[in-house]
Design a protein around this ligand. Structure first.
Ligand SMILES: NC(=O)C1=CN([C@@H]2O[C@H](COP(=O)(O)OP(=O)(O)OC[C@H]3O[C@@H](n4cnc5c(N)ncnc54)[C@H](O)[C@@H]3O)[C@@H](O)[C@H]2O)C=CC1
Ligand SMILES: O=C(O)C(=O)Cc1ccc(O)cc1
Length: 289
């Protein structure tokens, strides 16, 4: 195997959209030697081999990490710590563990204390994804041009951090570093709240039973665009809502304030206020495009 590879042997724990896409991107960049996949479902792992995402697989976490230089954790947030606990005895000294979990503080608090000084952990989160899951949803270009947030702590090894930064850059990402609490609040606002709103909207409209038919069948562009993310994996989102509880509640309350204001303006038939509300929102949204 070449000495020029950034990562000689990599273990992907959870070969779905996020883990699979990283493996494909690093393979495409010629940055990784062997990729070993680890998961629970045999059909998904076999599909991942067939699609060239991983070179081989095992369902034994210890076998997966044995002799791995880099371990990428890509299972639902609440399982990340348990996965490390399972494979820890087989991780070699000098190995780097990193993750792609959507919530950082709780994950870091679970994993960091488990590790001896010779095993490094770099917490991370690619801000890229879709509503699809599983190995079949993975694609090499997922991270291209997208931000990836790393949340190093006082314990993070600078060399390990530099390697993970380079890894994400080779996958096409723009790497940003910030404290984990800031990450969790920003993500609660720009990702977790929108998913909660989309899930609520589909429930609200889908449960409307005034007519004896499913009115969702009538939905067109706006409803479908807005609610695409409500097709996301329920296990993944349950874990996010549970582990980023405080920041998410703060944003849900913020949302309720604005929704209540809008409701009051609709109730009052106050056209000027409604116009102001929509205009302010349009200007803010247009500015991010
Ligand atoms: N889907 C998205 O758009 C994004 C997801 N993330 C985060 O990335 C992580 C992975 O998400 P996806 O790839 O979308 O999920 P996914 O469902 O596509 O893949 C996760 C894989 O992990 C496996 N798995 C679950 N529990 C396991 C366990 N205990 N041991 C071993 N394997 C296990 C599942 O069988 C599945 O194959 C999550 O932590 C999620 O919060 C981060 C950014 C975007
Ligand atoms: O599908 C979409 O548009 C997403 O919002 C994907 C996504 C989901 C979870 C994350 O932590 C980051 C990105």
């Amino acid at each position: 195997m070449s000495d020029h590879l950034l990562i000689k042997r990599m273990a992907i724990m959870g070969v779905g959209l996020i883990g699979g896409s990283l493996a494909l991107a690093l393979k495409e960049a010629g940055a990784v030697g062997e990729v070993i996949g680890c998961g629970r479902g045999k059909p998904n792992l076999e599909k991942a081999v067939e699609l060239g995402i991983i070179d081989r697989y095992t369902r034994d976490p210890r076998e997966a990490v044995a002799d791995a230089d880099l371990i990428f954790l890509a299972t639902p947030v609440k399982t990340l710590g348990a996965v490390v606990e399972q494979c820890l005895p087989a991780i070699k000294a000098g190995a780097i563990i990193t993750d792609g979990g959507s919530v950082k503080a709780e994950v870091v608090r679970h994993i960091e204390p488990l590790l001896p000084d010779v095993i490094h952990f770099v917490p991370g989160h690619p801000i890229a994804g879709t509503e699809q899951s599983g190995a079949e949803a993975a694609f090499a270009g997922l991270y291209r041009g997208k931000r990836c947030i790393l949340t190093p702590t006082a314990k993070t090894d600078p060399q390990a951090l530099a390697l993970i930064e380079q890894m994400w850059q080779l996958a096409g990402s723009i790497v940003v570093k910030m404290p984990m609490d800031k990450h969790d609040r920003i993500l609660a606002a720009i990702s977790h709240l929108p998913h909660m709103v989309a899930y609520s909207l589909v429930n609200a409209v889908g449960s409307y039973d005034h007519y004896e038919e499913n009115i969702l069948e009538y939905s067109a562009g706006g409803f479908r665009d807005f609610t695409r993310i409500a097709s996301s994996d329920p296990t993944m989102w349950r874990d996010i809502a549970e582990t980023n509880r405080e920041a998410l509640l703060e944003m849900m309350e913020q949302f309720e304030v604005f929704f209540a204001e809008l409701k009051a303006d609709v109730a009052a038939g106050d056209g000027d206020k409604l116009f102001e509300f929509f205009l302010r929102s349009k200007q803010m949204r247009d500015a991010i495009l």
